[in-house]
Design a protein around this ligand. Structure first.
Ligand SMILES: Cc1cc2nc3c(=O)[nH]c(=O)nc-3n(C[C@H](O)[C@H](O)[C@H](O)COP(=O)(O)OP(=O)(O)OC[C@H]3O[C@@H](n4cnc5c(N)ncnc54)[C@H](O)[C@@H]3O)c2cc1C
Length: 445
């Protein structure tokens, strides 16, 4: 297959560049689709403009309205996922391993540098384009989707937002073209209470840092060459000592201690990492000392919209797989099983819930791009999308009867893959806590 990047994403990147908000936006000179793509984009140059932009002057559009660029992204990723990933999904799940050729193709297609500015070799697209890509990938394989999600929404965003120019020049071109990244926050003793981490960093006389400790549950770590690592540089300050560093896989003292065997998203690697006297240079500091907790909170708030999109993509994939079967293939009592009213009502209810979950996801993404407070929206999107993904993918198995239960098709895999949505990047209880806290703030007099 010809490179999607050459055929679609690169041209798309150019389209985004030509409609960017480098100059103040003329609200009459552009069609509405182009206008919304411009004011809602998130590359740094545009982000500074967005908070000044008066959204009230825009005509309302349906929440699922995509800019031309985003719609082309959805179509291109859908085609890529069906042609290139689908034939390998079952094999990768059984082998519990990501096929290296898929990783290579994700880079070739430009899907690993969606928001990386073009000057660093990325596609220079907006956040919603990344969300659209993550959703379309999950519709076929949630494991490939999470690789792309963590790399784009956590790792690349961390570098784009917080790294020195030197680090950006060194790493962004690689992250866009050939180097997978991991985000290392969780530890054996600190999951939901992430800032109780035990990993320590110590400042060395040469200005560098020495890191000691262990990280657990780290996505992409088998494939990754680049790691963002959180460690406490000054435990006397509590969470305000938490500092973020970057390092590559070859750094002495770094090792992968164990690869987990999991219920779902089996092709996505999840490992325990050890850091034994790992020494990094002063330049490996990400942002400022003691700011790591702020970076982690902010990145995870954005990242949750990505996980929510992974879950709506998964639910859509499970739904479509079953809908095609019940309305085309399977007859009982002389009738297609999808024509029984008992089935129709369940299918219709599932579609309503799926559509509601997608509305939460796209609303959160648009609010983030518009520079509005989106923390509660991201938590609601992740909470609900993961609940819907579990419910719809479970029902889809029932709609297919025995054929949904066997490992020949993908129905059972979608259901196994759905469970993780209620756990990573903050469990469902943690999302509920975030939602309740923000509501309490609004209603406290
Ligand atoms: C496949 C996979 C991939 C992952 N990838 C990454 C990664 O790339 N990088 C990374 O840093 N981490 C990653 N994680 C870690 C993930 O973010 C944590 O597993 C998650 O935050 C939950 O932490 P925990 O597993 O320690 O559960 P715990 O925090 O021990 O929670 C156990 C239960 O207690 C509940 N609970 C905890 N605190 C509260 C509270 N205050 N109120 C109510 N209920 C509470 C939880 O909701 C949960 O039901 C991954 C995890 C998995 C399984």
């Amino acid at each position: 297959m010809a490179s999607l990047a050459a055929r679609t994403l690169r041209p798309l990147a150019r389209a985004v560049a030509t409609t960017s908000t480098r100059a103040p936006l003329s609200r009459t000179a552009f069609p509405r689709a182009a206008r919304s793509a411009r004011c809602l984009s998130t590359t740094p140059a545009r982000r500074s403009d967005s908070s000044d932009f008066d959204l009230s002057s825009l005509e309302p559009t349906p929440i699922f309205h995509l800019s031309e660029t985003e719609a082309a992204m959805a179509e291109a990723v859908n085609k890529f996922a069906n042609e290139e990933i689908l034939p390998k999904v079952r094999e990768m799940d059984e082998a519990e391993k990501m096929d290296p050729s898929i990783v290579e193709k994700l880079f070739e297609q430009g899907l690993m540098g969606v928001e990386i500015p073009e000057k660093y070799g990325g596609a220079g697209m907006n956040f919603t384009s990344a969300i659209v890509g993550i959703e379309e990938l999950a519709r076929v394989d949630p494991s490939v989707s999470v690789m792309c999600d963590v790399h784009n929404t956590l790792v690349n965003t961390a570098i784009i937002k917080y790294a020195s120019e030197e680090l950006k020049k060194k790493w962004l071109p690689k992250l866009a073209t050939n180097t997978v990244g991991s985000f290392c926050l969780s530890e054996p003793a600190s999951g939901s209470d992430a800032f109780a981490m035990k990993t320590r960093a110590e400042k060395l006389p040469n200005g560098g840092y020495k890191i000691n400790g262990s990280k657990m549950w780290i996505t992409n770590s088998m494939e990754a060459d680049f790691f963002i690592v959180f460690a406490n540089l000054d435990p006397s300050k509590g969470y305000k000592g938490i500092t973020a560093f970057v390092m590559d896989k070859s750094t002495p003292g770094f090792s992968i201690a164990k690869k987990e065997k999991k219920l779902g998203i089996k092709a996505s690697s999840t490992c325990v990492l050890n850091f034994d006297d790992v020494e990094v240079e002063a330049g490996a500091l990400l942002g400022e000392e003691g700011q790591g907790y702020k970076y982690a909170i902010s990145l995870l708030n954005e990242g949750r919209i990505g996980i929510a999109a992974q879950m709506t993509g998964l639910a859509l994939g499970a739904f479509e797989n079953a809908a095609k079967y019940v309305w085309n293939d399977r007859k009982q009592f002389g009738t297609l099983v999808g024509e029984f009213q008992g089935m129709q009502h369940q299918i219709a209810q599932a579609w309503v819930e799926l559509t509601a979950a997608r509305a939460l996801v796209y609303n959160a993404a648009r609010k983030k791009e518009a520079g509005q407070d989106f923390v509660r929206d991201a938590a609601m999107a992740k909470l609900y999308a993961s609940q819907v993904a579990g419910k719809v993918s479970g029902q889809a198995i029932e709609w297919m009867g025995g054929m949904g239960f066997v490992r020949e098709g993908l129905a059972e895999k979608f259901w196994r893959d759905s469970k993780i949505g209620q756990i990573y990047e903050g469990t469902s209880n943690i999302q509920l806590q975030t939602i309740a806290k923000s509501l309490q703030k609004d209603y406290t007099q």
